[in-house]
Design a protein around this ligand. Sequence first.
Ligand SMILES: O=C[C@H](O)[C@H](O)COP(=O)(O)O
Ligand SMILES: C=C(OP(=O)(O)O)C(=O)O
Length: 355
Amino acid sequence: MTAASPTQNLNVTGFDPLISPGGLNEALPISAAAAATVTRGRDDIQRILRGDDPRLLAVVGPCSIHDVDAAGEYAQRLAALAEEVSDRLLVVMRVYFEKPRTTVGWKGLINDPFLYSDRVFDMNTGIRRARELLMRIAELGLPAGTEFLDPFTPQYLDDLVSWAAIGARTTESQTHRQMASGLSMPVGFKNATTGDLQVALDAMKSAMAPHHFVGIDEEGHAAVVHTRGNAYGHAILRGGHSATNYAPEDIAAAAGRLVAAGLNPQLMVDCSHANSGKKHTAQAKVWDSVLAQRAAGQRALVGVMLESNLEPGNQGVPTGPNGRPDASKLLRGVSITDACIGFEETQRLLRAAQA
Ligand SMILES: O=C[C@H](O)[C@H](O)COP(=O)(O)O
Ligand SMILES: C=C(OP(=O)(O)O)C(=O)O
């Protein structure tokens, strides 16, 4: 690698070419059926956020996608379940390809689709697999939601996504608020890992405004991006280091803070993460509380999130005979990041939601 200047890139070890957003979209153009699902999903979510649709938005799916075949099977089962409960829930599949790590770890399918094998960090394959899977899910008629972490990723996937999240570790980041201001779908902002909700409120205000920032265009060229602002930001309560934040008094306090800040009091509760102490077996308690609060008339609660997979729990990546992590020994349908509830429990919880 030739450095442009002797004082530049001293800690960069290389650059590899990445397909452009336009190149990927041309290879995998959105189908009419997929576009219809995305548009309907976004419209339905916007209606829920405006209070024009009484259903509860339920973002349900794996903590992370590492096996697209298992994710496709999950999507098929979830699509049937979504149809069954569609009079009371709008089910959106959680399809997370980018993982924000507390320190280091596997950063998701886009970053490293071959899971520590010799073929590491093949992001051209990762982004293609992500787009293929989103297309497959949309063609089932099931809307998808994802966390956008790398600010360039939306250019590759945004057209196939109906709902987006900005995570607890990035809600305070100006880069992510700017990105959210240009996203084509409603965006949920998590409270901080400390439990601080103010960062989500600030993010909603920031993302509502137009921004001008450095990004990439369709051709993958560096560009100045100009955005309109996103009117459909909302807060996600995921608990914090020392406390959960889904109890009736937490919801009332959060809704009050949104109103005081001049924002619409719409809240989603994340049943996982700090609200469950990362124990998948504790997600049902949070889910039940959300349903009970809605039944008691708490209409600020418009959304809920579950981390769910084909099978319950999670697993580490086993080590092969050469001492390296060996993804071929993974159990199918089990999370390799946070523990998830299994599909049977998912069915039971979703079916328990009242109209
Ligand atoms: O949802 C996933 C994790 O909670 C998040 O990526 C942080 O994970 P980590 O603390 O294991 O890095
Ligand atoms: C990383 C996630 O959550 P949080 O940002 O709340 O930690 C997630 O939902 O995958």
